[in-house]
Every structure is written in C-alpha cells, then in structure tokens.
Ligand binder design. Structure first.
Ligand SMILES: Cc1cc2nc3c(=O)[nH]c(=O)nc-3n(C[C@H](O)[C@H](O)[C@H](O)COP(=O)(O)OP(=O)(O)OC[C@H]3O[C@@H](n4cnc5c(N)ncnc54)[C@H](O)[C@@H]3O)c2cc1C
Length: 547
C-alpha cells in the first residue's frame, strides 16, 4: 500500500512510483536519478525510511541520532573516485527518502495543534538540523523542494510552517546570534521547540523591515529590554506558527539610553508576560497553519535575548557595533535563502501540478471526429502548453540553481551576497513565482472540469500567492530594481543593456520636471509605473540571459 506523498515518490513496500511522478526537482537531481536506476536502493531506502519513521516518534527520538544516515563529507578538492561519489549519492538518496517518509504524515486537514505536533516531531528527529542552513545548504533547499511538492495535495500550511521555523526564526539565530545562542539550537532540537518570526507589522505590510514601529528599550536598572507595540498598527500580523511557537524572533527598533540604533532581532520566549496574540482568521488554503497577530505590552526580556553577533549592549547600557555589518544586514541573509527556497518551491509546486495533471490528461479519452484514438493530452493547445511550460520550468530551475550554487558558499562563511548576486536572487524569486502563477493559471483553463476537483491540485494554487509576497513581494522587488538601475544610469548613462538603458532614459526624462523634489518625484514615479515595471523586466531579462 502506498499513501500520501509516498504514493507519488516511494511506496512503503519498496516499489518506486512511476518515474514521471517521482522527480523531486529537475535540477540538483542526482538523488532522483539514483532512485530511478537502483532497485536495491529503493528497497533499502524504504526500510530505512520505515526505521526513521518509527524512531522519529517523540518518545524515542533520542535513538534517531544513531540511526540517522551519516552525513556526506564536505566536497573534497581531491578528485573523487566513482565509488565515493556513489556512496555520497546513496547517502543523499537515503536522507531524502527518510525526509519524505518522516513528513508523509502531515495533512492539510490537520488542526493547528496536530500540525504543530508533527513539526515538533520533525524537529526532534534531527533529519534537518538548524545548522544545516550553514553546513548543509543542499539539504536545507532539498527539504523545501520536497515539501513544496506535497503542497499540491495538502496546501501550503506545513511548507510555510517549516520555512518560517528553519529559515526565518532559527536561521536568524544562526545569522545574528552569538556562539552561545547558536549552541542552544541543540536544545531546541532535543526539546522539539517551535519558533516563529515576527517581522511584518499591520501598517507596514510588504514594506516590513523598512518600517518597524515595535520598540525595544534597554532598562539598565534591571538589565532587560522592554518590548512595546506603540499602537495596533504596530502589531505584528500574519505571523506563521505564532500561536503555537515557544520562541519568536522579534524585530524591534532598539533604543539604548538616548540612542536609537534601528531594528534589531530579539529571541523572545512566547510565554513572557505582556504578549497577546489573536488568530488572523480562516484562509483560502493552508488552514493547518496558525497565523497570528502579536501585540507587545511592556514585555520584559533578559539582556541575553538580543541576537548580538554584530553588536553589544553592555550591562550598564552602552551600545556598540562589533563588526562592520549592521545587525539588520545579516537578517537580510535569511531573506536571500528564503528567496531561493521560495523560488524553488514555486517551481517544484508547479512541476507537481503539471505532472499530476498530465497523468490525468493521458488517461482521459476524448471523442475524435476523424475516428482517431485520442486522449486529452493529445489536444494540440494542451500539448503545446505542456511543452512550453516544461521548457520554461527547465530554464528557470537552471537559473535558480545557479543562484543556490553562488549563495551556498557564502552561507558557510557568513558572508553577505554582493549587489550582483542580490539582484540575481531577486530576479530568480520574481521570475520563478510569476512564471509559475502564469503557467498554472493557463493549465487550469485547459483541462475542463478536472480543474475544479478538490484533489486535482488546483485547489491549493494560492500557495503561489504566498510565494509572491513572502520574503520580498514581486512588485516591491521590481520597484527596487528600477530605482537601483536608474541610480546607475544617472551616474553613467548606461543601465547595463540596450533595453534597460532606453527605458531608464525614458524614466529619467519623465522624472526631470520634479527637479529633485521628493513628493513630485514620487508622484511622477507613480504616474510612470508602466515604465518602472518595464525597466525592471528588462533588467531581469538581462540578468537571466547573462547567467
Ligand atoms: C500565510 C502567510 C504567512 C505569513 N507569515 C509571516 C511570518 O511568519 N512572519 C512575518 O513577519 N510575516 C508573515 N506574513 C506576512 C506577509 O509577509 C505579509 O502579509 C505580506 O508582506 C503582505 O502584506 P499585506 O497583505 O499587508 O500587503 P500590502 O502591504 O497591503 O500590499 C498589497 C499589495 O500591494 C502592492 N504594494 C504594496 N506596497 C507597494 C509598493 N510600495 N510598491 C509597489 N507595490 C506595492 C503589492 O502588490 C502587494 O502585494 C505572512 C503572510 C501570509 C499570508
């Protein structure tokens, strides 16, 4: 018997699912290739996966450490023999099979509590460690891709819960926490604690990060920070896992003495007095995930709550930067990993929607006036769409893959991407998400009543909407690209390519009459929004073409 995602990937009796349904992602897919070509591996993986699932039960989670597949060693500079490469491949295939099996139990119908318990069990299993974001980014991204495929049948809830926990919450601890705070991630894993990431404020929306009204004021008398929401507009909202989380990384504007030093991250115990939460309400999909608003009313947290790898606040209240990086810049690191993960998730989701739909279309007979034996997949417009969408997905997966490859070494060293890579990642995120929305919408128009079936996958297309505004809204990223390009054009008269230079010239001309006045410039910018987005598009075309 097969069930859940295992039905589509690996049956519990060790049989592999049909190859066209097996693919976890088209890029970085040595795992799937290995799965396809090795029957013995499938059987041993199934055995391992069953072992892991039984060990992953909370009561026995401690045993898992020894049962967990050994990690592959960091890539060596020495030439690797074929056999060591095969061992590494087996290792990763086993890990992926174990991860798929350990996450095969969650359902989009789960209650918040049940879903949270599944997440706790996954955390305790140690299959993905909180430090893997730094040490094994390949696994971090692969886990996201595997879960995104599951979103087609179960909705986006668990995927969002997962990424918020691993990337945004404890990933931020990894990026801006000190040595002790990072070491404490072991205890988070052992106890199966859950984390949320409280950045978005009601009034800030997609401009969160630029606008942070939640305050943190240092009280030297008690050596505590005091967190406050100055108004309801400053309440954090839409915070995923916000109801069930034990910890929250809270972004708040810090004041130390008379000095206001800007947004900083604090690791806050959600049981602290003065925290109030409420539910955001019923969503179109992903209702297994709790989304909360959070208010802070004189919440006192210890001095050690500040994630202070890049700054210090002394006991008597002196603030200092300890590295050249502003603490908020390192938080931005999580947005880069998040953008790559979101881009890949959108593509993995779209692949799964297409594969499931194509499987249906190949089975669905249709009458033919010429008496040919035909199925829905033979209809020319659908055939063309399958081909076109697959080619577009291939190209995007390759492009996003180059971004992952460029980012991964920086995650290991803690370096921040340069402007070039930051632009490539933003492009990857916008293009992967927008193209997936377009491709899935087009598919939905071509498959008749099937598009309305609850288990067709189209029910959860709003997963892609979540991808659209998560970790940088498409429009906001496009606006930034246009602004940055115009700045370069103003200095050099060149915007990097023929189309972008022409559009930057048009925009500069349109803004000229504002003569530098801030409000008039903003008005003209808005009036020329079409050119603004066309410029961003031209920039993205160039970035993709040059990759
Ligand atoms: C399921 C879910 C989970 C979430 N999880 C978290 C979480 O864990 N932590 C967290 O901090 N937040 C989280 N969020 C918040 C999420 O990031 C915000 O909801 C998102 O940023 C959208 O905010 P908003 O609805 O207020 O959009 P608005 O700010 O109202 O924007 C709406 C639209 O207007 C356009 N727009 C707005 N401003 C501009 C501009 N300046 N230029 C051009 N276009 C613009 C964009 O197209 C945008 O999509 C989550 C949201 C959802 C739905």
């Amino acid at each position: 018997m097969c069930n859940g995602i295992t039905r589509r990937v690996l049956c519990s009796d060790g049989r592999l699912a049909p190859p066209h349904l097996l693919r976890a992602s088209h890029r970085h897919n040595p795992i799937s290739e290995a799965l396809r070509s090795r029957g013995f591996l499938a059987r041993s993986m199934a055995l391992l996966a069953r072992t892991v699932r039984s060990l992953a039960r909370p009561a026995r989670s401690r045993l898992l450490r020894s049962a967990r597949p050994q990690r592959a060693h960091a890539p060596s500079t020495l030439p690797r023999t074929l056999s060591t490469a095969a061992v590494a491949l087996d290792d990763e295939a086993e890990w992926a099979a174990a991860f798929v099996d350990a996450t095969s139990v969650f359902s989009g119908e789960d209650t918040h509590e049940a879903s949270a318990q599944r997440m706790r069990a996954l955390v305790k299993s140690g299959l993905l460690r909180h430090t893997d974001l730094r040490d094994r980014p390949d696994r971090f991204f692969e886990a996201h891709r595997l879960l995104a495929r599951r979103a087609v049948s179960e909705g986006p809830g668990f995927w969002v819960r997962f990424t918020v926990h691993y990337n945004l919450c404890y990933g931020t601890v990894l990026a801006v926490g000190n040595t002790d705070q990072i070491a404490a991630l072991d205890a988070v894993e052992a106890r199966g604690r859950l984390g949320c990431f409280a950045l978005t404020e009601r009034r800030a929306g997609v401009q969160s990060g630029l606008v942070v009204e939640t305050t943190a004021t240092y009280d030297a008398a008690t050596q505590e920070f005091v967190l406050n929401s100055p108004s309801q507009g400053a309440y954090k909202n839409w915070i995923s896992q916000g109801h069930v989380a034990d910890d929250a990384v809270v972004l708040a504007s810090l004041t130390v003495g008379a000095e206001r030093v800007g947004p900083h991250a604090f690791l806050v115990d959600m049981a602290s007095a003065g925290i109030s939460t409420g539910d955001m309400g019923v969503k179109t999909t992903g209702n297994d995930l709790d989304n909360a608003w959070i208010g802070f009313d004189g919440v006192r947290v210890p001095r050690s709550a500040l994630l202070d790898a890049h700054c210090t606040v002394s006991a008597d209240g002196a603030y200092a930067r300890t590295t050249k990086l502003a603490p908020f810049e390192m938080i931005g690191q999580r947005l880069y990993t998040g953008r790559v993960a979101v881009a890949q998730a959108a593509l993995a989701f779209r692949r799964q929607v297409y594969e499931v739909t194509e499987a249906y279309a190949r089975e669905k007979p249709i009458p033919d006036v010429a008496g040919r034996s035909r199925v829905l997949a033979d209809i020319p417009q659908l055939k063309a769409l399958f081909k076109d969408a697959a080619e577009r997905a291939d190209a995007l997966e390759t492009f996003v893959g180059t971004c992952e490859d460029r980012l991964a070494p920086l995650l290991k060293t803690g370096a921040v991407p340069d402007a070039d890579l930051a632009l490539a990642i933003a492009t990857a995120k916008v293009r992967a998400v927008e193209d997936s929305i377009d491709a899935c919408w087009k598919l939905k128009q071509e498959v008749g009543s099937y598009a309305l079936m609850g288990d067709s996958g189209f029910k959860h297309l709003d997963f892609l909407n979540c991808c659209k505004f998560a970790e940088g809204d498409s429009r906001v990223l496009a606006q930034k690209m246009a602004r940055d390009t115009l700045r370069v054009f103003a200095k050099s008269g060149d915007a990097g390519g023929a189309a972008s230079t022409r559009l930057a010239g048009e925009l500069a001309k349109a803004l000229k009459s504002a003569a530098g006045d801030k409000v008039a410039t903003a008005d003209l910018w808005d009036a020329n929004f079409g050119t603004v987005y066309a410029l961003a598009d031209a920039v993205m075309d160039r970035v993709v073409a040059e990759a």
